[in-house]
Design a protein around this ligand. Structure first.
Ligand SMILES: *[C@@H]1O[C@H](CO)[C@@H](O)[C@H](O)[C@H]1NC(C)=O
Ligand SMILES: *[C@@H]1O[C@H](CO)[C@@H](O)[C@H](O)[C@H]1NC(C)=O
Ligand SMILES: *[C@@H]1O[C@H](CO)[C@@H](O)[C@H](O)[C@H]1NC(C)=O
Ligand SMILES: *[C@@H]1O[C@H](CO)[C@@H](O)[C@H](O)[C@H]1NC(C)=O
Ligand SMILES: *[C@@H]1O[C@H](CO)[C@@H](O)[C@H](O)[C@H]1NC(C)=O
Ligand SMILES: *[C@@H]1O[C@H](CO)[C@@H](O)[C@H](O)[C@H]1NC(C)=O
Length: 417
């Protein structure tokens, strides 16, 4: 069985931030063998810690161009969040100053802002505006993981106000923690957003990520894990997997009907671990997004780019091309961590988590993938504090930027796409 390998430690964290029993089991031990079993992954919406703690005041010291202490909240946020992006006109987010270190070289970025874990929420427009200002200098595409906590609305409003060229793959995660209202809640949010903002900046709607509640056996992936745990099985296309697929497809079909009702033509997709796509699900979608993580597959960073391309082509693209609907496949997450909360986990891969290695990976993956025409969402925009707090290890250290939205010690290659 192929290992596309993502340590799953937060895979089954519901979008509302509550870890599954599976997760707890994993955390209490046996981590490495689980890492081998489990595949790529991820996905989650959000961040528990909110604005106040995370917004962080920044000084100019480490930045060459556009940084500063200029509050960017336009008087709307009420907290003391400051940002590293300056605006010519503090009231006009479209007048932000560009940072010459940033290049639009990434096909896409994976993005979760602070404050989108339901029901805590707390995400604020000024923060999201800053994120969009920064990300728009790196890419024209971002993907979201869900639509709770007004996330889709905030992102669309930020794009509108910043006037950037950005397409968003919206997300609806499916019922973590047996919360059947999750789908409906997000459906309402997405409907509102489509009505209010139209589809100019919408690339697609991804229904279902991998963080479904195992107990409910919803998605092929969740079923896969469940089955693995109980029976040591590995087949996302087995009977149990197909049962889960049927459930997920109910929501996928519902989203299609929603769009039909609105007379909108937007691709509908699914996101999952690279090795666990279920055929029935792939047949039901226009696109599939696969997490492919060389770090968790224990490849060296030197082998990371080639391993990623090989895995993606041989597993995901091949599976999709074998179907008559030929869903378009992209890499939903790929990256390299730069640090670990504890020293041990920084070195448990074949190459350490470090900024040097992130640089190596970027230098050998980004422009090369662009040239090959491979679609990928680099994981991820910035370090997610809640993951560091909740899971430790490398989980909170995948960003191109630190939590405070300062660019890490990396150089962005220049190969605009
Ligand atoms: C941002 O965070 C990083 C990592 O913690 C730190 O090294 C850097 O000094 C911070 N930058 C600013 C401007 O506060
Ligand atoms: C913001 O700063 C003011 C003045 O320093 C302080 O009184 C207030 O408590 C701060 N608000 C937050 C949310 O930190
Ligand atoms: C910022 O202020 C301007 C001018 O008052 C207003 O038009 C705009 O909607 C505000 N933006 C936000 C994020 O509230
Ligand atoms: C998963 O769903 C079941 C049934 O709704 C629920 O009893 C259980 O608590 C949920 N698991 C988690 C981790 O929330
Ligand atoms: C979405 O899927 C969940 C889980 O199978 C199901 O309970 C719910 O009824 C579905 N909702 C719609 C509108 O498809
Ligand atoms: C990962 O690779 C390193 C270096 O080759 C090796 O020492 C380690 O045992 C591997 N870990 C796993 C879980 O395979």
């Amino acid at each position: 069985m192929v290992n596309d390998g993502r340590d799953n430690s937060y895979t089954h964290l519901g979008e509302n931030g509550h870890p599954s029993p599976w997760l707890e089991k994993q955390q209490s031990g046996n981590r490495k063998s689980k890492i081998l079993l489990v595949g790529a992954l991820v996905g989650i919406v959000a961040i528990i810690a909110i604005g106040v703690g995370v917004g962080v005041s920044l000084s100019n010291k480490n930045r060459t161009k556009s940084s500063g202490n200029t509050p960017n909240n336009n008087g709307t946020s009420g907290d003391n969040t400051t940002t590293p992006v300056q605006q010519e006109n503090p009231n006009d987010p479209s007048t932000f100053k560009k940072d010459s270190r940033l290049k639009q070289s990434f096909y896409g970025l994976a993005y979760s802002p602070n404050g989108v874990i339901y029901p805590d929420c707390g995400a604020k427009l000024p923060d999201v505006i800053t994120d969009i200002q920064l990300m728009s200098q790196l890419t024209k595409r971002i993907r979201l993981y869900g639509s709770d906590c007004d996330l889709s609305h905030l992102v669309m409003e930020a794009i509108k106000q910043t006037k950037v060229d950005m397409k968003v793959t919206l997300g609806i995660y499916v019922s973590p923690d047996g919360d059947y209202t999750a789908y409906d809640r997000q459906k309402v949010a997405i409907t509102d957003v489509l009505k209010k903002y139209g589809t100019d900046h919408v690339a697609g709607i991804t229904v279902g990520n991998e963080e479904q509640n195992l107990t409910r056996d919803y998605s092929p992936r969740a079923i896969f894990f469940h089955y693995l745990n109980d029976h040591g099985g590995t087949d996302a296309n087995g009977a149990v997997g197909n049962q889960g697929a049927d459930l997920l497809i109910v929501n996928i079909t519902d989203t299609r009907n929603l769009l039909k009702g609105l007379e909108l033509s937007i691709p509908v997709g699914n996101s999952d671990a690279g090795s666990y796509f279920n055929t029935k699900v792939l047949q039901a979608v226009d696109y599939g997004m696969a997490n492919v993580h060389p770090w968790f597959a224990n490849t060296t960073v030197q082998n990371g780019p080639q391993w990623t391309w090989d895995f993606f082509e041989q597993t995901d693209v091949a599976a999709a091309n074998a179907l008559s609907n030929k869903p378009e496949m992209s890499i939903a997450e790929v990256g390299w961590p730069t640090a670990s909360k504890d020293a041990g986990n920084a070195n448990n891969g074949a190459s350490p988590a470090s900024e040097e290695n992130l640089q190596y990976f970027i230098d050998n993956f980004v422009c090369q993938s662009n040239q090959k025409g491979i679609k990928y969402f680099f994981f991820e925009f910035f370090d997610e504090k809640w993951k560091d707090d909740t899971f430790g290890g490398v989980e909170g250290h995948w960003g191109l930027f630190y939590q405070n939205k300062t660019l890490k010690g990396i150089t962005i290659p220049n190969c605009p796409i």
